[in-house]
Design a protein around this ligand. Structure first.
Ligand code: ATP
Length: 319
């Protein structure tokens, strides 16, 4: 009998990183998580997850009728990115499969290949792992015929991590709770940033632990940042940038303070630690100025990336 040809089906999801122009820590909740008020915005710096299903020709499967699938994951992100079950892509795939009644088995006849191209700085406070998880949820829901609603995907996203629901949607949002309850807000125009990465990583739990030891709940509101993004006004956004995790990140990595100063001296309208750091974000008046600032500070950082916000949400393409 002739060997049946594999028939691949492919979906690619390009998913942007996020920044937090505003992040206030309101305190620690009874469940141990920190209560936040934060403004999220996607930036034009993205990872790409390519997902393909390889099945024997003519073979029918339906996830909800006891289908079995093997998942093979690979990435080009280097040693800092987990290769196996700890990767948020694999965790998202496992959670989604469970939700739609699909069994993951290494020897299953239908194989799903997940190939991740990492461009978002790793452990840099730009939610790279969360973005990848969102890409996996969106893409595999299509590829595996999960047919889950946007609302059901948002629920799964929140189980994977506080930033994942925003990463599913993108744009500009105000978030409360642990950061997983988001509401879209108005943003006009574009903002130009220089994202400056460090050689060292800062683990998010370590930064929150430093906040617990050294900081008090902040009372600053997001009003100034919301007004600045609604007006599309970088001159107004620069001085309004705010992050309550910044002092905690600076306890763990004191050089961040001098690096931030250097960005302001180089012409940034404002400079702030991104999320839990250590990436620093410098806001520039326009794109040309972003290039000038990047040129002036390049020697201080592992990498300087010029990017723009907001960047919309994940983009799916098939075939
Ligand atoms: P956040 O801004 O959401 O706090 P981050 O940008 O600081 O996150 P990530 O790049 O998401 O950090 O990585 C944090 C850790 O998560 C890494 O050190 C790595 O061990 C783990 N990780 C799991 N999956 C991924 C992934 N797909 N990409 C990057 N890191 C991942």
């Amino acid at each position: 009998m002739p060997q049946s040809q594999p028939s691949p089906t492919r979906i690619q999801v390009r998913v942007p990183a996020k920044i937090n122009p505003f992040l206030a820590v309101r305190g620690v909740r009874e469940d141990g998580y920190h209560e936040l008020s934060t403004v999220f915005q996607t930036v034009a710096l993205s990872d790409t997850l390519t997902m393909s299903v390889m099945a024997a020709e003519g073979r029918m499967y339906h996830p909800t009728s006891g289908g079995r699938v093997a998942v093979h994951f690979s990435h080009d992100g280097g040693a800092g990115v987990p290769a196996g079950d700890d990767n948020l892509v694999v965790r998202a795939a496992t959670l989604l499969a469970d939700r739609i009644g699909l069994r993951l088995q290494a020897d299953a006849p239908i194989r799903t290949l997940l190939a991740l191209e990492k461009r978002i700085p790793v452990a840099g406070g730009m939610a790279g792992g969360s973005a990848d998880a969102a890409a996996a949820l969106l893409g595999l829901n299509e590829l595996w015929g999960g047919d889950l609603s946007r609302r059901a995907l948002l629920e799964l996203a929140a189980d994977l991590g506080a930033d994942v629901p925003f990463c599913l949607v993108g744009g500009t949002a105000l978030a409360t709770g642990t950061g997983s309850a988001t509401a879209g807000v108005l943003c006009r125009g574009s903002f130009h940033w220089v994202a400056c990465t460090a050689d060292e990583e800062l683990a998010t739990p370590a930064v929150y632990a430093a906040w617990d030891d050294h900081c008090e709940p902040g009372e600053q509101t997001a009003d100034d940042v919301l007004a600045a993004v609604a007006a599309g006004d970088p001159e107004r956004l620069g001085p309004a940038l705010h992050n309550d995790l910044q002092p905690a990140a600076e306890v763990l990595m004191p050089r961040l303070r001098a690096d931030r100063r250097a960005l302001l001296d180089a012409g940034a309208l404002g400079a702030v630690v991104s999320g839990s750091g250590p990436t620093l974000l410098a806001l520039a008046a326009d794109q040309a100025e972003a290039h000038r600032i990047a040129g002036r500070v390049a020697g201080r950082f592992a990498d300087v990336l010029i990017t723009r916000s907001p960047a919309g949400g994940p983009v799916l393409s098939a075939g």
